[in-house]
Design a protein around this ligand. Structure first.
Ligand code: TYM
Length: 337
């Protein structure tokens, strides 16, 4: 067993409804830089999606849409591996073994399960509860070392770290799995709702005005920003003045992320101005970036057979990478054959 693990990046996104600005700034955009330097695997996690009820036809369509969004945003299928999770059975196989490594107490602490289940815990699927274990399997089936995600996935990556360490300890195989590092970078690791600066921008928010979807046209983007909630003060002078002003903080962070600049430099540019000035400059930035991505997504989706071909090619590559890891795992665990 090697002492050090080759650097490998793994991340994924659920095919459940519209991808939005949070997914783009918190995840996809960081993936693009990483593929310049590292071997990267970017997965469409359809098995995660069925932890809550899905319409099978819509799931298939959403899977192709997420793959199209990756490619249209600049993930290069010739350089990075793009595939949908359910095509590679290693994920499910390793998840079962990890279900026997992870502790119920660890999962009970997962805040996302608590948020998603609310008072209805008993009626949730078992899959929703053990979802972070499947996520650990996604990462470790490839012995991935780095996991670029938004802030909301940090706790899940920490669980993957705990599972890797416990497996290595329990089976007496130090360094068998790497302990994967989350990569949570940029000024927009937690993009907030446009209607409420204290709530995360999310696919499941009932109001479409709460988020900018990757496929929104220019008019909708301008409208949604115009209607975005603000406070009544002029824009601040310093970053410290953003405290207690979540909507201002959110818009300035989004501007900084799109403009590839620091929050302070955005503040310097707009200090004392009205929100309308910032909103209109921000609309221009977002439209210039997202509208070409939406156009390219539409073009790609007009040929679903080609997307399916790319996903199959990616799945073949992923399967080949995971196979020796799973063979090692089987041996370590004591499975015969
Ligand atoms: P998902 O599909 O909810 O989100 C995909 C990615 O988008 C990020 N994200 C955000 N970033 C900033 N601001 C927001 N408002 C925002 N909303 C979403 C998420 O942090 C994530 O990076 N469990 C994962 C998918 C997954 C995965 C994995 C990720 C499954 N297996 C293995 C990494 C490695 C999820 O549900 O992400």
């Amino acid at each position: 067993m090697s002492e050090t693990h080759q650097s490998l990046v793994f991340s994924g996104m659920q095919p459940t409804g519209n991808l939005h600005l949070g997914n783009y700034l918190g995840a996809i955009r960081n993936w693009l830089k990483l593929q310049e330097l590292h071997r990267c695997i970017y997965c469409v996690v359809d098995m995660h999606a069925i932890t809550v009820e899905q319409d099978p036809k819509l799931l298939a369509q959403a899977t192709r849409e997420v793959a199209a969004a990756y490619i249209a945003s600049g993930v290069d299928p010739a350089r990075s591996i793009i595939f949908n999770q359910s095509q590679v059975s290693a994920h499910a196989e390793l998840a079962w073994i990890f279900n026997c490594v992870a502790r119920i107490g660890w999962l009970n602490r997962m805040t996302q399960f608590k948020e998603k289940s609310g008072k209805n815990r008993e009626a949730m699927s078992v899959g929703l509860f053990t979802y972070p274990v499947l996520m650990a399997a996604d990462i470790l089936a490839y012995r991935a070392t780095h996991v670029p995600v938004g802030e909301d996935q940090k706790q899940h990556v920490e669980l993957a770290r705990d599972i890797a360490q416990k497996f290595n300890n329990d089976f007496g195989v130090p360094n068998f799995f790497p302990v994967p590092e989350p990569i949570i970078t940029g000024p927009a690791t937690r993009v907030m709702s446009l209607r409420d600066g204290t709530a995360k921008m999310s696919k499941s928010d009932a109001s479409d005005y709460s988020r900018i979807n990757l496929t929104d046209d220019a008019d909708s983007i301008v409208q949604k920003l115009r209607k975005a909630k603000t406070d009544t003060l002029p824009l601040p002078e310093t970053e410290k003045d953003l405290e207690g002003r979540p909507e201002a903080d959110n818009l300035i962070s989004i501007f900084a992320a799109f403009g590839e600049q620091s929050k302070q430099s955005v503040i310097d540019q707009f200090r004392g101005a009205q929100f309308s000035t910032l909103k209109s400059a921000l609309s221009d930035l977002i439209v210039a970036k997202l509208v070409p991505i939406a156009d390219e997504m539409r073009r790609l989706l007009s040929d679903p057979a080609e997307i399916d071909r790319l996903l199959k090619k990616g799945a073949d590559e992923a399967r080949a990478l995971a196979a020796p890891v799973l063979a090692d795992v089987r041996r370590v665990v004591g499975f015969v054959g």
